[in-house]
Design a protein. Structure first.
Ligand code: GRF
Length: 215
């Protein structure tokens, strides 16, 4: 965990089509002093992803690690861990990373990997729940409130202990697109807040509950 008064190194993991808006929000929060840390590397499954471009234009190292280039999960995990070690990552943030991480990677960084999901977990999450599917499912169900969740990552999709949630009211006439856009605004606040709590060493995981210690 990060220590008080110590700037942490953050690694951001993205998938092939990652836009990188959460990455940008994290970079901006570091620059503006809202997060005591810096993004030391972005690891992507595809070099051409917009998020990788965004990393480079912000002067952040962007390293491609293609899962399909590895024969086994162990080898993929070993490469990820090597890149993270090289860039001295204290915390790994998934931002539009669409895969289950290999268990060796989850183990090596236990409670030091976070993800952001655009719904209030445990609703509208799990395998296949990404992008527009999440918001369309929320609208089809008729919920009046959705939102976003930052959680620690365990071995399954969206099941790890919850760090922060922000609620977003559903409005009459919302489409998946309009709801997604309002939730994204909150994602960009929630992720830096969660990272700062980590950097301050204020997160304690007990069972599946994350306790936020006082300042
Ligand atoms: C976000 O909606 C996030 O909640 C989900 O993937 C999307 C990534 O968007 N996990 P961006 O690449 O950060 O713009």
């Amino acid at each position: 965990m990060g220590d008080a008064n110590c700037r942490i190194n953050i690694a951001v993991l993205v998938s092939g089509h990652g836009r990188g808006s959460n990455l940008q929000a994290i970079i901006d929060a570091c620059k503006e002093g809202r997060v005591d840390g810096q993004v030391s590397v972005v690891v992507g499954t595809k070099d051409e992803a917009p998020a990788m471009e965004r990393a480079r234009s912000n002067g952040v190292a962007a390293v491609e690690v293609k899962p399909k280039n590895f024969a086994t999960d162990e080898e993929y995990a070993a490469r990820l861990i090597a890149v993270l070690a090289e860039h001295k990552a204290d915390l790994v943030c998934l931002a539009g990373y669409m895969r289950i991480l290999p268990s060796q990677m989850v183990d090596a960084y236990r409670w030091r990997i976070m993800n952001i999901h655009p719904a209030l977990i445990p609703l509208f999450c799990g395998k296949g729940m990404y992008g527009e599917h999440v918001h369309q499912s929320a609208l089809d169900y008729g919920v009046k409130v959705s939102g976003c969740t930052v959680h620690f990552v365990d071995e399954e999709y969206d099941t790890g202990p919850i760090v922060i949630q922000k609620a977003v009211p559903v409005e009459e006439g919302d489409t998946a697109e309009s709801l997604a856009a309002r939730i994204l605004v909150q994602e960009h606040k929630a992720y830096p807040e969660a990272i700062q709590l980590f950097a301050e060493g204020r997160l304690r995981v007990e069972g599946r509950v994350v306790h936020v210690l006082p300042e």
